[in-house]
Design a binder for this molecule. Structure first.
Ligand SMILES: Cc1cc2nc3c(=O)[nH]c(=O)nc-3n(C[C@H](O)[C@H](O)[C@H](O)COP(=O)(O)OP(=O)(O)OC[C@H]3O[C@@H](n4cnc5c(N)ncnc54)[C@H](O)[C@@H]3O)c2cc1C
Length: 443
């Protein structure tokens, strides 16, 4: 029988993990990797900005590695349309690529706000390597940098911005910062921390326009006075890279690929067209805690998806258990993390706050199971890293905590005892992504 032709669309986290896993599993099929960009990790771009790594360290698969994996590459080209009935993918130069199975892993892009001047010169997003290079070039130790949008992505690059700007202002349209990552108490602690670092935080402020003035940018608002900035970073949301599919009428009419917020997939990550898979930021998969179908645009989910798709392309029939929503970020020495259903208004909440130490914990319970959590503490408190891992484990394992729930109510900062008592590690060890131990990424 002829070898299968696998086509992988997108050289980000999901795509590269899929290729690596196919070869780790001994699949000898033909692999073609088509991608608008070369393989690199978006997640490490903040470290490139704060100059702790060089550009080469952002790379996730070198030309040599791809050659060793016998991958045919088509870089700098975009998918333009899909003909699932004919197993054909059309590229933006008109070229057609045939496949036996296809992975769509085109990720997401930064969305600019629909205001005058948002596309202007010197107005940056921070999503691609090209964005990071442009910011790197412009940001200056004497300059004023304004970050528009105070969500998770803004804060992933905050340390780089703070270390390389004279003055930093953060603007958020919502009444508080990090509205989709922490609750009000958490946002208040983070705001105080930022202000202590000399950062100006303006929440509840709507940007009206951006205008170039004498080499700077003038920001005007719907309320209050405007001001100028040397560098403007827009972190105002993301959108999935599915426009090329959504505008492709032929599959819609033919009832082909089912799209919702992302590509709808089954537990094997197959779309409504069985030989077309989706992974990463474009795939709508099961939320591990709630069971709902959702897009989780985070790195661990993209990694797991890529690996599960590879196993299924290789004929192993591996089910995807589900994605745990998590955001972990360090902001000027303050670590913040949230897991699972951290904002579940119907869950029972147990909280602990130590304002003097800038420390906060929130545990969300459904019965005896922890379904979500928020953690905030200064990074220098060495126990924190362990606490982040243990909290993630508790939510991921979902083991009943019995009397340890009341223990947490009395001692909200002592997570270790409930973690050990619930035998969380023992519950998690057998849960491997592919149902077998993971080989080293270098294998
Ligand atoms: C600055 C930054 C920091 C982040 N930090 C974290 C973090 O700390 N933790 C975390 O969990 N997540 C983080 N993320 C999110 C994480 O990087 C993404 O969830 C992850 O990259 C998604 O992987 P993916 O493979 O789905 O898509 P991507 O990695 O975005 O890859 C998509 C690929 O598809 C290509 N492509 C797009 N459209 C087309 C097309 N039409 N045709 C062909 N190719 C196409 C792109 O060029 C790219 O190569 C961060 C993201 C950014 C930008």
């Amino acid at each position: 029988m002829a070898e299968k032709r696998h086509v992988i669309l997108g050289a980000g986290t999901a795509g590269i993990n899929c290729i690596r896993t196919l070869r780790q599993l001994g699949d000898t099929g033909e692999i073609t990797l088509i991608s608008a960009e070369r393989p690199y990790s978006r997640m490490v771009l903040p470290y490139y900005l704060n100059q702790s790594i060089s550009e080469s360290h952002t790379e996730t698969a070198s030309a040599r590695q791809l050659l060793a994996w016998k991958v045919k590459t088509v870089f700098g080209r975009k998918a333009a349309s899909l003909e699932p009935g004919q197993n054909k993918l059309k590229l933006d130069n008109g070229e057609e690529v045939e496949y036996d199975d296809l992975l769509i892993a085109t990720g997401s892009s930064a969305a600019r706000p629909p205001i005058p001047g948002a596309e202007g010169p010197g107005i940056h997003t921070f999503w691609t390597l090209a964005d990071a290079k442009a910011v790197n070039k412009q940001i200056s130790p004497k300059g004023h940098t304004v970050m528009v949008g105070a969500g998770f992505i803004a804060f992933t690059c905050f340390d780089g911005v703070l270390g390389r700007s004279g003055k930093v202002t953060i603007i958020e349209v919502a009444p508080r910062i990090l509205p989709r990552m922490v609750d009000e108490t958490g946002a208040r602690l983070a705001t105080e921390w930022l202000e202590n670092l000399g950062v100006r935080v303006l929440a509840g402020v709507r940007l009206k326009s951006l205008q170039p003035v004498d080499g700077k940018t003038r920001l005007s608002f719907e309320q209050g006075r405007g001001f100028t900035a040397d560098t403007v970073l827009l972190a105002t949301g993301i959108r999935t890279n599915l426009d090329w599919l959504r505008s492709n009428v032929s599959w819609v009419e033919g009832g082909g690929l089912k799209l919702n917020q992302g590509i709808v997939v089954d537990e094997y990550l197959r779309s409504s067209v069985p030989n077309v898979y989706a992974a990463g930021d474009v795939a709508e998969t099961r939320n591990l805690v709630t069971g709902a179908q959702e897009v989780h645009a985070i790195e661990p989910t993209a990694q797991e998806h890529g690996r599960v798709v590879a196993a299924n392309m290789a004929g192993r029939n591996v089910k995807y258990a589900g994605s745990l929503l998590m955001n972990i970020v360090s902001v000027g020495g303050l670590d913040m993390a949230s897991f699972g259903s951290w904002d579940d208004g119907n869950a029972e909440a147990i909280t602990g706050l130590d304002p003097r130490r800038h420390a906060y914990r929130k545990y969300l319970f459904r019965g005896e199971r922890m379904v979500g959590a928020i953690l905030i503490s200064p990074s220098k408190e060495t126990w924190l890293e362990n606490d982040v891992g243990m909290l993630k484990g508790l939510v991921q394992a979902g083991s009943p905590l019995g009397g340890w729930k009341e223990f947490l109510r009395k001692h909200p900062f002592e997570i270790k005892k409930p973690f050990l008592a619930a035998r969380t590690t023992a519950a998690l060890i057998p849960r491997t992504t592919l149902g077998a131990p993971t080989p080293s990424p270098r294998a």
